[in-house]
Design a protein around this ligand. Structure first.
Ligand code: SAH
Length: 268
């Protein structure tokens, strides 16, 4: 059995390289909206590194060549999971401790080993961790099934894009899922997020931003990429701020975005 601190000792490897890449123009235009707060947009002096020089990232890409869903399964089967922090994402612990994580039903798509799912689950938050990989889901269940809060979360092996839940969600938390899916799926991702959230629900994106990838996964990702697809389905950013609590290897490369759908009032 693993308690959250115990989990921190597992798989403490993080290899995906990063360089923050923010489309300053779009972020600034988002910041002009009175509802949006954007901190530190585009500020980074981090050196760019080529992830193809990293054997694990190269291996991920090789395994992914068999097609997206099979590819993910192969990565998990072979233990090629350089994205796995092996611990709860620190900003999630912070949001919980400071009372800034909403309550209700929470969905974590592409949850992997599910550390964040487990951390968020409580008597006031029921969390669903979703992953297309059988091995990832089995691993998440294995690590968490005997935790004291086990009744407040569940792990489901499902494809995010085709899954239809029995009930909608108050919150969707996306971390390293948006950058993992092919960019051609980003519009579908936004539509699905919109479909799965309750009308007043909130999307929380921990955006891992970089622009030095020729191919993926992970694929080049900017704040502008999120704005483009989310604005189209009616989401507006409430805030986009630097993630000062990013793990060392991702420092300066992450922003926390909080998004809500703007409900159009009927004049009738
Ligand atoms: N968020 C996790 C895992 C990131 S890697 C973490 O930070 O550790 C991306 C994850 O998305 C993989 O576990 C992969 O199996 C999963 N995934 C990819 N496509 C998916 C899909 N269509 N539906 C659900 N999960 C998917």
């Amino acid at each position: 059995m693993l308690s959250p601190p115990g989990v921190a000792n597992l798989l403490p490897r993080l290899i995906w390289t990063r360089q923050m890449a923010v489309n300053r123009l779009l972020v600034e235009s988002a910041a002009k909206s009175p509802a949006v707060r954007v901190d530190g947009a585009g500020e980074s002096s981090k050196p760019s590194r080529d992830p193809n020089l990293n054997p694990l990232v190269a291996k991920v890409r090789q395994l992914m060549s068999s097609g997206p869903n099979d590819g993910w399964e192969k990565c998990w089967e072979e233990g090629v999971t350089p994205w796995d922090l092996g611990q709860t994402t620190p900003i999630i612990s912070h949001l919980i401790q400071t009372g800034k994580l909403p309550e209700g039903r929470i969905l974590v798509p592409g949850c992997g080993t599910g550390y964040d799912v487990v951390a968020m689950a409580s008597s006031t938050r029921f969390v669903v961790g979703l992953d297309v990989s059988t091995t990832a889901i089995n691993k998440a269940k294995e690590l968490s099934s005997s935790l004291p809060n086990a009744r407040y979360f569940t792990f489901l092996e499902e494809d995010f894009f085709t899954w239809t839940p029995p009930e909608l969600f108050d919150v969707i938390f996306d971390y390293t899922f948006f950058c993992a899916i092919h960019p051609s799926m980003r519009s579908a991702w936004a539509s699905k997020v919109s479909e799965l959230l309750k009308p007043n629900g909130e999307l929380i994106t921990l955006m891992y931003l970089f622009d030095d990838q020729e191919v993926g996964p992970p694929y080049n990702t900017s704040v502008a990429d999120y704005l483009e697809v989310l604005n189209r389905v009616g989401f507006k950013a409430i805030s986009i701020v630097d993630n000062d609590l990013a793990v060392k290897q991702r420092k300066g490369a992450e922003k926390l975005g909080r998004w809500k759908k703007i409900l159009i009032q009927s004049s009738l």
